[in-house]
Write a protein that binds this ligand. Structure first.
Ligand code: ATP
Length: 244
C-alpha cells in the first residue's frame, strides 16, 4: 500500500494570526518501507501524521492511498501516539481488543489475535492488569499492540519511544524490527532521535521549520542488521544533525 502526500499545506490560527505549519509536502511511503521523520520541535511532524491518519484535513493538496484520495479514517492506517493513551477502566487485553472495534473479526478471532499480541509484546502475564499497574514501557507496548492488532497496512508512530529510558527504547526498537520482518507493514515514524532513525529506517526525512518543509530525504544505505555503534551510522548521525 502506497501512501502519498501531494503538495500538502496546512495552516492553523495561533493568537488570531494565521500560521502556515506545513508547506508543499511531497513524498510517498512505499509498501513495506520504514520512513523516519526528524526535525526541530514545532516543524509540523505530528500534524503530518494526523493528516495521514485522517484526524485532520490539509488546506491544500491531497493524500492518496494506492492512488485513491483519502477520505475519513482509513481502516488500513493506524496511529500510535507518543503517550500510550490507554483507557484506564480497561485491562491490557481490553485495551488491545479495542484496536479491533472497527473490524469484522469474530469474537474468537479477536481473542486469538489479542493473545498473539500479548505474547509478542511480552505482556501475557499482565493481560488482566489495568494501565495504572503497568510501567511506562509496558503501557507503550500495549499501545503499539493496539495499533497493530487489526492488521493495518500502514502504521504511523509519533515518537513512540520518546518517553522511555535508553534500554527500554532499544528493546522496543528491536521489537519493531521483528514486527516488520514478520509482515509487509509500512511504517512512518516521527522521532527526535537521529540514531533511532538511522537504526530503523530505509529513508529519513529531514524537515525544516516555519513553515514545515522537507529539507532533505536521506536514503539509509547501511547494512541490515544494523549496529548502533557502527562508525558509518555514527558518521551519518553527525551529518544529519548538521541539517537540523
Ligand atoms: N490544533 C492546532 N491549533 C493551532 N495550532 C496548532 C494545532 N496543532 C498544532 N499546532 C501548531 O502547529 C505547529 C506544529 O505542531 P506539531 O505538533 O505538528 O509539531 P511537531 O514538529 O510535531 O513538534 P514536536 O516535535 O515538539 O512534537 C506548532 O507551532 C503548533 O503550535
Amino acid at each position: 500500500m502506497t501512501l502519498r502526500f501531494n503538495n500538502i499545506s496546512k495552516n492553523f490560527t495561533v493568537n488570531h494570526q494565521p500560521m502556515t505549519v506545513l508547506k508543499d509536502i511531497n513524498f510517498s511511503l512505499q509498501p513495506g518501507e520504514l520512513v523516519a521523520i526528524i526535525g526541530a520541535s514545532g516543524c509540523g511532524k505530528s500534524t503530518l501524521l494526523r493528516l495521514a491518519a485522517g484526524l485532520d484535513q490539509a488546506d491544500r493538496g491531497t493524500i492518496t492511498v494506492n492512488d485513491a484520495e483519502m477520505k475519513g479514517l482509513p481502516p488500513q492506517i493506524s496511529l500510535v501516539f507518543q503517550e500510550p493513551r490507554l483507557f484506564p477502566w480497561l485491562t491490557t487485553a481490553g485495551n488491545i481488543h479495542l484496536g479491533m472495534e472497527q473490524t469484522r473479526l469474530t469474537p474468537a478471532e479477536k481473542d486469538q489475535r489479542t493473545h498473539h499480541f500479548l505474547a509478542m509484546m511480552g505482556l501475557t502475564d499482565f493481560a488482566d492488569a489495568y494501565p495504572h499497574q503497568l510501567s511506562g514501557g509496558m503501557a507503550q507496548r500495549v499501545a503499539i499492540a493496539r495499533g497493530l492488532v487489526a492488521g493495518p497496512e500502514i502504521l504511523l508512530l509519533d515518537e513512540p519511544f520518546g518517553a522511555l529510558d535508553a534500554l527500554k527504547r532499544e528493546q522496543l526498537q528491536d521489537m519493531l524490527l521483528t514486527v516488520r520482518r514478520q509482515s509487509s507493514l509500512s511504517i512512518l515514524m516521527v522521532t527526535h532521535d537521529v540514531e533511532e532513525a538511522l537504526y530503523l529506517a530505509d529513508r529519513v526525512i529531514i524537515m525544516s521549520p516555519k513553515p514545515g518543509r522537507i529539507r532533505a530525504i536521506h536514503p539509509v544505505t547501511l547494512q541490515v542488521p544494523r549496529d548502533r555503534t557502527d562508525s558509518a551510522l555514527q558518521l551519518q548521525r553527525r551529518q544529519l544533525c548538521e541539517l537540523l
